[in-house]
Design a binder for this molecule. Sequence first.
Ligand code: TLP
Length: 345
Amino acid sequence: MEKMIDLRSDTVTKPTPAMRRAMAEAEVGDDVYGEDPTVNLLQERAAGIFGKEAALFVPTGSMGNQIAVKLHTKQGDEVIIEERGHIFNYEMGTPAVVSGVMIRPVRAAEASGMLTWSEIEPAIHVNQPYYACPTGLICLENSHNFGGGSVMSAAQTDEICNSAHKLNIPVHLDGARIFNSAVAQNETVANLSRSVDSVQFCLSKGLGAPVGSMLLGTKDFINEARVWRKRFGGGMRQAGILAAAGLIALEESPQRLHIDHENAKRLAEGVAGLKGVSIDAEKVVTNIVLFDITKTGKTSAEICAALKEHDIHAIPFGKEIRMVTHCDVSQAEIEKTLKSLAKIL
Ligand code: TLP
């Protein structure tokens, strides 16, 4: 049987042999007592790389984001986020369920989904005690998944944070793929997150670890986050087995992300040439390729079903199809995907 080309997400990557070896040999302890040396090392390394005071290993990106929402807000607050943001659309309504907050989605004018302060400001409520929910938090996403893997610069992030902080509003960054963003901009993750109050990034996406994300912020914030991780059911005991793979992901994977970006660019340029497909290939700068198929005369579900017959997995999202490149997809497989798509369309 031919190998499935799995472009559904970069979450599907399998741990490398080096990761599996490190997992087998990891020194472990009970992390709920803070006694797992491998988890502690991962947390120290991550905090060092990001230039933040402290970091916490959490099972998922969703948990990292939702702990942040919980800690930055109080019940009845509003959280401003771009309309296509992950925290709003793909985290099971947790802000409402767990934190009792309202989401105020704001649509960015840019297709990239990158908000500017001038778009955020009109949605802010401060000092309106009798009717409006106060703005408790602003959430950013870099890279922006459903903005097509678009990136926000350090300067853009600083501008939003500086303005928000003047109003005493904290900013959380969903940096699930912040290393992709950093590589695309030839920037450091520390600079991209220097002005936010907290940041979450995933080890289990483009970086290739099997499980895990990190939440970073001040020492006090992370101490509180540890309490909330336990309340969420995320105290993982001998989690050093997972952190060992995370350490390799953190140290070795960023150097190869440019390959995924080159593959995504090639894919985007290829699909842009197909009849009925709409995508601005120039705007594809990381590992996510999101293209509109409305004018093909087929639905995205039909196209994805046909691709599966060619041993290619992609996800339909409304009138768009998303393909994500990662370490388990080669350049040759991108060419095969393009040939199959051309046949189907
Ligand atoms: N994204 C997944 C799906 O949930 C859509 C994917 O395949 O892209 N923030 C962002 C920006 C994400 O893309 C994701 C996962 C998360 C947070 C949540 O991470 P996990 O899956 O670890 O909870």
